[in-house]
Each structure stands twice: as C-alpha cells, then as structure tokens.
Ligand binder design. Structure first.
Ligand SMILES: *Cc1c(COP(=O)(O)O)cnc(C)c1O
Length: 360
C-alpha cells in the first residue's frame, strides 16, 4: 500500500485511522452482518450512528441547545439557494464577496431577491479580506453572508464582520472543525464536508432554531425547506447514510486529538512551516496578505508559469499530489486540512527547498 501526501482542496485527505476502521467494518458493521452502506436508514443501528455523530459534533463545537444540526445533501452549492429561499423574508440580503464561492452565493441570491454586495476584494484578485468593521448595511436586510475561509484564494476572516445586529450566515466548508467557533455569533453555519470532515455528498448546517419556520419563499420545494429536515431529524428521506457514518468517525478522531483547540494549535504549527518558508524563499512566494492567510489553503507561485508547471510535475513524481492551483488562478495551492500530518508539510517544504536550489 502506497499512500501519497494528498494536498487536494477537496475531496481531500482523511485520517488514516478513520479509513482503516471503515475498512475493518466494511463487510460486517459491529455484528450486524452488513455494511453501513447496505443498512436501512430507519434501523436502530443506523439511528445510533447518526445520533452519535450529532452528539459528537455538538460536543466539539459546543453547539447550544437552541441550534439544530442538519445533515443535508446537494453540496455546499445547494445552500446558495436554500439560504435565500428559507431566510429572505424581506427579499433583501447583504453579501461580502471574497472569492468565487461567495460570488456564486451572491449571484444565486439575486434569483430570489435583492442581493447587495456590501464589500468585495475582487480589486486585488481576492488576495485579502476587506475591512468589515463599519459596513454600510441597509436596515432591512435579512442577513449578512460570508464565506469564512476562501478555499481557492487562501484567505480567512480572522475577525467576523460587524453585522450591526443582523443575522450572520457563514459558509465554513473549508475551515469546518479546523479551530473552535462561537456558534452563537451566527444564524446559520454550513459546510460541505468533503474539505475537512468526510466524503463528498454530505452538507452540515447548524441553524438557530427560531430561523427554521414554514415562512419560506413561495415555490420552495419541500426538499429545500430547513423545517422538513429539522422536523424529521435529517431523516425525512434517505440521507447520505454512509457519508454521515464516516463524518461521525472523523468527529471521534478530532476528539481524540484533543478537540478543536488542539486542532487549531496543530494547524497553526503546520501552516507556519509552509508560510515561514514562503516568506524567506527567493523562488516561491505566497499570494495572500499576511494577516488574512488561511490555515487550510495555501496558494503560492514562482512567478513563472513554466517553473510552476515543472514544480507541480516533479512534486507529483515525488509523491506530493494535487498541488496545482485552482484552474481560475493558476500557480500552486497546498491544502493542509486537519488530516494532513505535519510530516507531509515538512517533507513538502524540504522538497521545495531542493527544487529552489536546483532551479536558481
Ligand atoms: C468547495 C466549496 C464549495 C462548493 O462545494 P460543493 O459541495 O461542491 O457544492 C462552496 N464553498 C466553499 C467555501 C468551498 O470550499
């Protein structure tokens, strides 16, 4: 068995312990005589799996009792529509556009009402987070929307925007469970799990209870109402059952690592190895304003498309996979999610040093 160091932005690396456990339970899940994949989602055994996953997630994030946890499908992209359909009562919402995912959410919201761009960092290719301490926010917006960690550009909100009393909605797909969060500051927190938590096909939404109502935009399909999923504890229809089971294992793995505070410390240590090198390198450089750097996605360039391509090719041959930057920005990007071991980053930096010496 040869595992590579996988720097993919998503679907992405998962903890080896989790994969091994899942492999062991593949043919016979704990005496049930079947795989979790083959199991009724209405069975007692599966009910325990989904309940335990939720309980562990609540523990990790300290989710208050007045927030619901929903396991949904449709990818993070489906939330771009579900959020306005369920929450745009005044048909007006503010969006902070810090990258492609935020922009897609903003454009989707325009289908349902008036979406207002409150701030943007498009002027400098989304390489920074705009100052959101005193935005001009109309009084009647239903919510303020952010993408908290910008997967493609490698920026992260280190401080939440001042929403001036309005609801905050956050897409945390690529920083989910990478550090502690104060859930009470948000109306909705959601993320696709394929970046930092599990296999593609599951989206987790954490929603303040009073926001879950039947008062949705006319024409909202049943499957896109938060209330139907909340009333049925994520079992209105067949959920992405196997994916949720893997997420549950990852929650337990994170608890074993010491929880989110420990995860943050580890992630900071890991990211610093790469950022410190980028700051001193004569060949490679980071593309993001220092104070806005993500702990999870680290984009960098050499300044030459040719050298970038050479680096990506040689890195792949050396066992470092998926370092190519997003097709919209080029260059390189190392995604170093929770499950990327520190050795992976150390070895990548050693390889970059060698490449720099050989190509000076
Ligand atoms: C990947 C990603 C998305 C899109 O996720 P899908 O599950 O493919 O729809 C949305 N937002 C962020 C921040 C992402 O990283």
């Amino acid at each position: 068995m040869a595992r590579v160091y996988n720097f993919s932005a998503g679907p992405a690396v998962l903890p080896e312990e989790v994969l091994k456990e899942a492999a062991e339970e593949m043919m016979d899940y704990r005496g049930s005589g079947m795989s979790v994949m083959e199991m009724s989602h209405r069975s007692k055994t599966y009910d325990n799996i989904i309940k335990e996953a939720e309980a562990d997630l609540r523990d990790l994030l300290n989710i208050p009792d007045n927030y619901k946890v929903l396991f949904l499908q449709g990818g993070a992209s489906q939330q771009f529509a579900m959020i306005p359909m369920n929450l745009m009562k005044n048909k007006k919402a503010g969006y902070i556009v810090t990258g492609q995912w935020a922009k897609k959410a903003y454009q989707e919201a325009k289908i349902y009402g008036e979406a207002i761009e409150l701030a943007s960092s498009a002027d400098e290719t989304f390489s920074y987070i705009p100052d959101c301490s005193d935005l001009d926010i109309p009084d009647d917006v239903d919510y303020v929307y952010i993408c908290e960690n910008n997967t493609i550009y490698g920026t992260k909100f280190k401080e939440l925007p001042n929403t001036k009393g309005h609801l905050l909605i956050s897409d945390v797909s690529s920083c989910f469970l990478s550090e502690p969060m104060d859930v009470e500051k948000y109306g909705v927190i959601y993320g696709g799990v394929q970046k930092n938590i599990g296999p593609a096909g599951v989206v987790i939404a954490i929603i303040r209870e009073d926001l879950i109502t039947d008062d949705v935009l006319p024409g909202t399909p049943t499957m896109l109402k938060y209330k139907i999923h909340a009333d049925n504890e994520s079992l209105y229809n067949t959920p992405p059952a196997y994916g949720i089971y893997i997420c549950g294992k990852v929650f337990k793995w994170i608890k074993k690592q010491g929880g989110l505070a420990a995860m943050k410390e580890y992630n900071e240590k890991k990211a610093a190895i790469l950022y410190d090198f980028l700051d001193e390198s004569k060949l490679f450089k980071g593309t993001v304003r220092k104070e806005d750097r993500s702990l999870m996605n680290v984009p960098f360039i050499t300044g030459s498309d040719e050298l970038d391509a050479k680096f990506i090719k040689e890195a792949k041959e050396a066992g470092f996979e998926n370092l190519k930057g997003h097709r919209s920005v080029g260059g390189m990007r190392a995604s170093i999610y929770n499950a990327m071991p520190i050795e992976g980053v150390e070895k990548l930096v050693a390889f970059m040093k060698e490449f720099e010496a050989n190509n000076a």
